[in-house]
Design a protein around this ligand. Structure first.
Ligand code: BMA
Length: 344
């Protein structure tokens, strides 16, 4: 199984991490304001986050998770739907009048955390599905972002699926994050890859990166956004979690003890299950009011969208505190350099 050469977390599961490496990389610029919050949504909304983003024919498209409720009252209704928004610049977003997708029946409680790809003339949306029998990864295609055809729903426990924007060696490829409980302690979860000839049948599954390979993680990792193809490899972002039992109230819940940071790596162009480089330090770390003091769960950054502009700028869309969508930018060459050069 592929593992990034020589890269190992110094931590045992849940062992306290060295805070000195938890600093956002110098190449990252944050847009000062959230690009999406409940205030932008024309229907009931408390938390707008974990948004998949695409750029197609000069237009930006976002599908975001909407946890319904009242933000000011810190009250959630227990309902989640997915909202659709469009933008001309990737910064100012206009939300459509109605949510574009939701599933709920006797078996399915909700869908959430969309990632979107445009492939073979169709939008493909990956999403998590909470069912009465476990968490599954779902995949649906659409020609108009109004009508979706579900292609596959995985067996539990799996989520955080992201589809590559093109086939590799003739197959569709996705990253995913199963949640094994028998072989590993606690929330110690890894990134895997599977292939499919048709988006329906998935197999040839293999490990891409173990949580133990990420030096800024002491619990779980998961894929972030659909990777960007570069001549050096597939540029890929992921979330990495460190847990600290001494953390207390960090948001609306009684206690929130995890910190979610964003990492970056390069996967091999011909076999994307091979990690060919990874930044030893996190790319983006929770910093400032919006990310550390505000929202539902503080210190939780969760990237679901990433795109490359013609001038070499990468736009990374990530959630702050499970509450709002933020935008960070960096030059693609700087991101590649972080993955390939030692960073001290
Ligand atoms: C993960 C998922 C995400 C969420 C994140 C931080 O496990 O539930 O939807 O954004 O935790 O709370």
């Amino acid at each position: 199984m592929a593992q990034p050469t020589g890269m190992f977390s110094p931590y045992k599961p849940n062992e306290t991490v060295d805070d000195s490496i938890f600093k956002t990389a110098d190449c990252i610029t944050r847009h000062p304001e959230p690009v999406l919050s409940y205030k932008d949504v024309p229907y009931r909304s408390a938390l707008t986050f974990n948004a998949g983003v695409l750029k197609l024919n000069g237009k930006y498209i976002m599908i975001f998770r909407n946890d319904v409720g009242d933000f000011e009252a810190q009250k959630l209704d227990g309902v989640t739907n997915l909202g659709l928004a469009f933008s001309d610049d990737g910064i100012k977003w206009n939300v459509e009048p109605e949510p574009c997708f939701a599933l709920k029946d006797d078996e399915i409680m909700r869908v959430y955390d969309p990632r979107i790809t445009y492939i073979d003339g169709e939008y493909c949306m990956c999403f998590a599905v909470d069912t009465r029998h476990g968490v599954c990864g779902g995949m649906a295609v659409s020609k108009d972002l109004k009508n979706f055809e579900i292609k596959s729903i995985s067996a539990p426990e799996n989520r955080n699926m992201v589809l590559f924007p093109e086939k590799v060696n003739g197959n569709y490829v996705r990253l995913e994050r199963p949640m094994p409980v028998y072989s590993r302690d606690g929330d110690y979860f890894d990134i895997w890859l599977s292939e499919s000839p048709d988006l329906v049948y998935w197999g040839k599954s293999r490990l891409v990166m173990g949580a133990e390979n990420v030096p800024f993680c002491n619990t779980k990792i998961g894929p972030g956004a659909p990777p960007i193809k570069t001549d050096k490899g597939w540029l890929t972002i992921f979330h990495a979690v460190d847990f600290d039992a001494s953390r207390g109230k960090n948001g609306w819940e009684k206690a929130w003890r995890k910190r979610y940071t964003i990492g970056v790596c390069l996967l091999d162009l011909n076999d994307p299950s091979k990690v060919i480089g990874m930044s030893k330090k996190p790319l983006i770390v929770p910093e400032g009011y919006l990310e550390t003091e505000f929202g539902y769960r503080c210190n939780a950054l969760f990237p679901c969208g990433m795109l490359l502009e013609e001038d070499g700028t990468v736009k990374i869309y990530y959630s702050a505190s499970d509450a709002v969508v933020r935008l960070a930018t960096a030059k693609v060459d700087d991101l590649i350099a972080l993955c390939t050069e030692p960073r001290v």
